[in-house]
Write a protein that binds this ligand. Structure first.
Ligand SMILES: [Zn+2]
Length: 552
């Protein structure tokens, strides 16, 4: 085996993501990133792998391709005789995702260590959603691959040591060190397991990290991992993001440029800004503004898919597809869970949605608030989209996505034009497992005098019956056209009226009358630039009043 000698000290752990197999689900019509996961390896050629750094960041490197020839007959014989032990067996392979682990550099005496390390990695995977709740969707098989010698080639890094092992796992070092293996031998051993959806090649070393190819029609997704390395499960989780969820990388290489292709099909990259998604409903539009498990809220963050600093957006600031120490975003979780359910038989999630109040009221122009609480009774945690419908005219309410068990506060904002009345507002919860609804009875009342708050000017005065006031007698001039808005708060028991006059050719003309908005009068008038004044008339009763108004 060729061993590449050191040029620099090892700084980082590396995780190889080989690109020996063409990507599955390549984006039709959209340009794929130039390098990652895209090139088929030729014997003697190179392939692109991911390098996982200690601080959780990820970059890429070119390394020699792994062997692609058929395994020799000795390997084939040994593979056929290998013992296969279930780390967990939850059901028939036809209804499960089968993860197969093959080890290298473990002698017969070290099989116990091998099983222990495999168990630790899988435990690390299960500690992270969505795996925590979807454990029952997976079978995990450990194939006992016995090596004549303990350890792997070139370990410690750049030592040049060569060892006789079953799968020829070695450290390949450039800036960091990546684990390489004879993938054909690994596949031959993996074939002893009942089924292979994902293959993990585990080297007996503390250096480097996992390895994954996207699955193809002829090969499963495949990783290479250092069995003795602390924290390697984080890289395995990132690779499952690719191999199970078909998620794109969300980091950007230092030479990343501008994306000019069409909209990609991958769930976690888009050409649309947040505003464009709100308009066209594409991609994660319903998620926008929702808190996400990896921190912050879902939005459109520019720079993603390893090659594009500009013109392409990711759902969250920093998910596990960008930094291995992070977590899957809400959008990533949805893609993972859909993919798991597509292969594995998983019970539907039984959940309910309840509201903090069944009824509420708001004066027109103000808001009503309530909380929608989701509760999971059984089945895995999953995303629930919460929307409100049946809103009264002029009212708005935001939507959002939570995990089952989470809650969302709805604020229904009415406008001063919303007609008084009772409106049944339906809150609809939608998840992969089904739809639930709950109803909130919203009583919209006429604007109270409080509705006169929010205007630029609010002079007060007192008046007795049959008197009238001008605001102001000589008029107020607006140099731009637009809406003149006014609100009259009358004294209790009195009946006042409100009118608007415009100065035309030196004459005051009535152009608008206020209408009864309940305890007050409202007036809105779209007019041209000019000079205007309000007239307040006391038709009956007397007392203090407030006229509030805003000019365009
Ligand atoms: Zn990646």
């Amino acid at each position: 085996m060729t061993v590449h000698l050191p040029r620099r000290r090892l700084l980082v752990a590396c995780l190889a993501i080989a690109a020996a197999v063409p990507t599955v689900g390549a984006d039709a019509g959209g340009a794929s990133p130039a390098t990652p996961h895209a090139t088929a390896a030729e014997p003697g050629g190179t392939e692109t792998i991911e390098v996982f750094h200690e601080d959780g960041t990820i970059s890429q490197a070119e390394v020699p391709a792994e062997p692609a020839a058929a395994p020799d007959s000795a390997t084939t014989r040994m593979a056929a005789a290998a013992t296969v032990t279930p780390l967990q067996e939850t059901g028939p392979s036809s209804e499960r995702l089968d993860v197969v682990i093959v080890g290298d550099g473990y002698t017969a005496e070290q099989i116990g260590t091998y099983h222990q390390q495999a168990g630790a990695i899988w435990a690390g995977v299960l500690a992270e959603p969505p795996f925590t709740d979807y454990q029952g969707a997976f079978n995990v098989w450990i194939v006992d691959v016995i090596s004549p010698e303990s350890g792997i080639d070139n370990d410690p890094p750049r030592s040049g040591i060569v060892r006789d092992t079953a799968l020829d796992v070695a450290l390949y070092c450039t800036d960091g060190c990546s684990i390489r293996a004879d993938s054909t031998k690994a596949l031959a051993f993996a074939a002893s397991a009942p089924e292979v959806d994902s293959l993990i090649v585990m080297g007996n070393t503390q250096w480097g990290h996992a390895n994954a190819n996207y699955p193809s029609s002829t090969r499963p997704g495949m990783m290479r991992v250092p069995g003795a390395r602390e924290g390697v499960a984080r890289s395995v989780l990132h690779e499952f993001g690719h191999s199970i969820g078909n998620l794109a990388d969300e980091y950007v290489q230092s030479n990343g440029g501008r994306y000019t292709g069409s909209e990609p099909t991958r769930a976690n990259v888009t050409t649309y800004t947040a505003d464009q998604m709100r308009q066209n409903g594409a991609k994660w539009s319903l998620y926008l503004g929702s808190p996400t498990p990896d921190g912050g809220v879902i939005g459109a963050y520019e720079g993603t898919w390893s090659s594009y600093r500009y013109g392409l957006y990711r759902p969250s600031e920093n998910s596990i597809m960008r930094t291995t120490s992070s977590r899957f975003s809400l959008v990533g979780l949805d893609a993972m869970e859909r993919a798991i359910r597509a292969k594995a038989t998983v019970p539907a999630t039984d959940y309910q949605v309840t509201l903090s109040a069944d009824t509420g009221s708001a004066a027109a122009g103000t808001s009503a608030t309530f909380t929608a609480q989701t509760t999971r009774r059984s089945g895995p945690t999953e995303n629930v989209t919460l929307t409100a419908s049946g809103l009264p005219p002029g009212a708005t309410a935001d939507h959002g996505v939570v995990r089952t068990g989470g809650s969302r506060t709805f604020t229904i904002a009415t406008s001063s034009y919303t007609p008084p009345g009772t409106y049944p507002v339906t809150v609809t919860a939608t998840s992969m497992s089904g739809t639930r609804t709950a109803t909130f009875q919203l009583a919209v009342t006429a604007p109270s005098s409080a509705a006169c708050v929010g205007y630029a000017l609010a002079p007060s005065a007192s008046m007795t019956a049959f008197d009238f006031d001008y605001w102001i007698e000589t008029g107020l001039t607006t140099s731009t056209g637009g809406t003149l808005r006014a609100c009259l708060d009358e004294p209790d028991g009195a009946q006042f009226s409100l009118a608007l006059q415009r100065l035309v050719d030196g004459q005051w003309q009535f152009v608008a009358m206020g209408s009864d908005g309940g305890p007050g009068q409202l007036l809105n008038y779209d007019g041209p630039a000019g000079t205007y004044r309000y007239v307040v008339v006391a038709n009956s009763g007397s007392g203090a009043y407030t006229l509030a108004f805003s000019m365009p």
